[in-house]
Design a protein around this ligand. Structure first.
Ligand code: C2G
Length: 131
């Protein structure tokens, strides 16, 4: 049976920290499925509309060599359904989410990967705004 890895994120203003977490997630199994958070979810949870639209963020993530499939993450509360729907064996998140998804360890392995230091979408937006 192929081992399916699932991960979630906004992946706005795609950067090397995003790439690395997806590469390391993919290395934990045979197939990587990515839930890209909806524009409405970002607005609701973060109070900010992403720079790149949901369709653009999905297209970028879907085109990556390490990604086998993408879907829109409509709400954080549906995480268990997404894990089951995609028959995921492993849930991977960056360690900014450490401990937050331990409740799913009854249906899959839960792994938190160290974030790539010193790079974030917010820092990039601020840097560009300052130019
Ligand atoms: N990431 C990383 N290193 C960075 C920046 C981000 O490893 N320097 C990782 C995050 O830990 C996350 C993924 O890249 O696993 C996507 O990051 P975000 O787009 O910020 O995702 P977020 O908005 O936190 O996810 O269910 C979760 C939601 O979809 C929100």
């Amino acid at each position: 049976m192929p081992r399916t890895v699932i991960t979630f994120g906004t992946f706005d203003v795609f950067h090397v920290g995003h790439l690395r977490v997806l590469q390391r997630a993919a290395a934990l199994g045979d197939r990587l499925v990515v839930g890209v958070s909806a524009d409405a979810l970002n607005e609701r949870k973060k109070g900010r509309v992403p720079v790149f639209s949901e369709a653009e963020r999905l297209a970028i993530v879907e085109a990556l060599k390490v990604v086998d499939g993408v879907f829109v993450e409509e709400s954080l509360e549906q995480k268990r359904d997404y894990i089951l729907e995609h028959a995921a064996d492993v849930l991977v998140m960056g360690d900014d989410w450490a401990g937050k998804f331990d409740e799913f360890s009854d249906v899959c392995e839960v792994v938190y990967l160290q974030r790539t230091p010193a790079i974030s979408t917010t820092a990039i937006i601020e840097h560009i705004a300052d130019l």
